[in-house]
Write a protein that binds this ligand. Structure first.
Ligand code: C5P
Length: 235
């Protein structure tokens, strides 16, 4: 059986819901997944998630939960009413926090994939050190990734740069979701450490997250289709 192709997730990083619906109408039928982050969720809430889902999209809700275990477990239960397929939380919240989140999802929404965020890519060694973490960022990423899996989490959000190392040392069924992806020749924006869709797929990504190369394309639907074609080709 051939391996399932890496899938595309559109990061819906837009200032307001009319611009989001405009893009989503254009990409309708050509794209399966969208990522809704804090920017849109805090402004429009559950209604927006429901509206996007009703348009036929699968939703990855990127809220990066981090709090005491009981609060995060309760948040997962509250969010379980929403039509979401993936939800993020911080691995640095610890084993108990992640474990309680996994239990809450199991009770309320066993189909929901929880994804752990390890070290934010905005950290470098000095800024991570300033928070009291002496390990170098790559080692800390691996440590937190292992902790997440130990807690029952099955998926990780990681940069293309971490993908190579993690996919070699972690179990084969770990789901890797990777932002920082740019089609060859595309504007990098402020992303520095990028991979092409093809390279990310070959390095083991199950999903790639792409925003501006689609959102700012003259024809977003075509841009999404072209990336999907590259992912299929990398299979
Ligand atoms: O527009 P662009 O393709 O750069 O958007 C990438 C998306 O992935 C954004 O929503 C951004 O917040 C997110 N992201 C990232 N790099 C990380 C983690 C998340 O670009 N390390």
């Amino acid at each position: 059986m051939s391996k399932q192709a890496c899938r595309l997730i559109l990061a819906l990083d837009l200032p307001d819901s009319p611009s989001a619906f405009d893009i989503l109408e254009k990409t309708s039928g050509r794209l399966e997944w969208v990522k809704i982050g804090m920017q849109m969720y805090y402004k429009y809430g559950a209604q927006f998630v429901n509206d996007v889902s009703r348009m036929g999209y699968k939703v990855f809700l990127d809220l990066k939960l981090y709090d005491i275990p009981n609060t995060v477990a309760s948040a997962v239960k509250s969010l379980s009413d929403l039509p979401i397929g993936m939800l993020t939380l911080h691995a640095s919240g610890g084993e108990e926090m992640m474990g309680r989140a996994v239990e809450a999802a199991r009770e309320t929404r066993p189909d929901l994939t929880l994804l752990a965020v390890t070290v934010l890519t905005s950290f470098d060694a000095p800024s991570l050190g300033a928070t009291g973490v002496a390990a170098n960022p790559a080692d800390q990423v691996e440590l937190l990734a292992r902790l997440a899996l130990k807690s029952g989490i099955k998926g990780l959000v990681c940069s293309p740069l971490e993908l190579g190392r993690l996919s070699k040392v972690l179990p084969q069924d770990t789901v890797f979701v990777t932002p920082g992806v740019r089609p060859a020749g595309a504007d990098l924006n402020e992303q520095k450490r990028v991979a092409t869709p093809e390279d990310a797929a070959k390095a083991g990504a199950g999903y790639i997250v792409v925003g501006r190369p689609i959102l700012k394309a003259p024809n977003p639907a075509l841009a999404a289709e072209e990336i999907t074609r590259q992912l299929e080709a990398a299979r």
